[in-house]
Write a new protein. Sequence first.
Lengths: 260, 229
Amino acid sequence: MDRAGLDEVLKRPTVWVCPGLLPAFSVSIHPMVAQLLLGHSRFKSEYFPAEEELFARLAGGVHEPLAMVISCCDARVVPDVIVNSQPGDLFGLRNIAALVPKFGAGHHRAVGAAIEYAIHGLKIEHMVVCGHTHCGGLRALAQGPVKLAAHMPSLAEWLGDAEQVLAHIRPMLAGVDDEELIDHLAYESVPLQLENLLSYPAVTWALSRGRLQLHGWVYDLSSGGLHGYVPEDNAFVPLDSAGRRSIVMPEPRLRELKRE
Amino acid sequence: MIKRETRKLVEGNLRFQSAVFEPQRESFEELLSGQAPRALYVGCSDSRVVAEMILDVVPGELFVVRNIGAIVPHAEDPSATSLGAALDYAINVLGVPDIVVCGHDLCGALGAIVEGTAPRGSHLERWLRKGSTEVEGFDLLDHTEEMTREQLVERFIATQLKTLTEYETVRLGLEAGRLGLHGAVYDPRSGRLRVAMPGSHTFIELKSPEQRSTLLPVVARTDAVSGAE
Ligand SMILES: [Zn+2]
Ligand SMILES: [Zn+2]
């Protein structure tokens, strides 16, 4: 779709029609909703009919996702797109910076509920924490949540949980410029979120029975590729053969994860 | 080392790189400088409800929060921090002009709320209770009205929209006239979307101009819209 043309159209209210109601009924809707509905109509007329069988199976109550993916709200990082999956494949939790607050941290409930439902309800066997480079949430963290507290108290509190990430990396990266630091924060954050996952009883319960595997990924916005965390080596390796370098973490830790 | 299930995901990423990323490398590189999403979408974690597919948007267009049930906890509840942080970031940092809360038919979370089937004392149970279920004197959990599940999810989403206005960032945005709130419900059986009509609990399916029905008069502007394709 031609973006400029669309913008022009969206400046004006759009009149849409409503099937099932009086033929003369039409509504003036918000330009944003109109835009989303334009996209939706493409989905409905092209994608949905083409995948009729899949959707019928899913609507029949089959909800057996391959994995749960905890990822960032960032509009550029769409897990289902990145792994080219189909509806029904990924159970998705998305929050700022793909964080897993430690169990019992008070505001862990949104994450805890999803984890419990994934493990006990959906019997999910793979749980992925997927961070990404160029993460604005981590950038805000690097700039200091305290500065945010005055006008964005919730964001400050949420990122406050991740301050351990920053504390861990700061001394090791003295001298690097900010951009580099922020990209490295993603690689630093993911293993820590995995470690936090271990504080959830549902996770340790499933791990101890061999019913669950944890995975840590970082999506690289500049290549479209994924790096996966290898606890044994404390390093991120490219999840393909595209020739990207492995990223070795500064300090060995996370012994618990090695049982994975 | 990589098990079969994740192998499938990794292979999917390779397909994405070669079939999507590479051919559109320039568009993806434009995204490196930052995101400017058109809306914040709050939806359910359900794997069958993938916002970017249902709305056919490209990466960069939708800032997305997903949790169990597309729940908006009451702003003063401690578990509101996760969503509150996303609202702070979307509204104050990114200047997102619109928020869409999207529920869906066949939602397991809503079923668990209505039937009270979440294990007692679990986080799931406590989380589901955070989904405010009462609006304007109507309590989802204590209703005597005959209501279909479809109507129930619509009421539920209307309720979450109401709860959003408890958040200070949202309230300030609304007062300043720089924020719009929208509700929608997706039906995984038909692939159709119903949207909330402003100021009412009514959700209706709207026909897009390209799919004009011969029965319905398509009035002003629709040509302009399809002309933008
Ligand atoms: Zn991010
Ligand atoms: Zn749901």
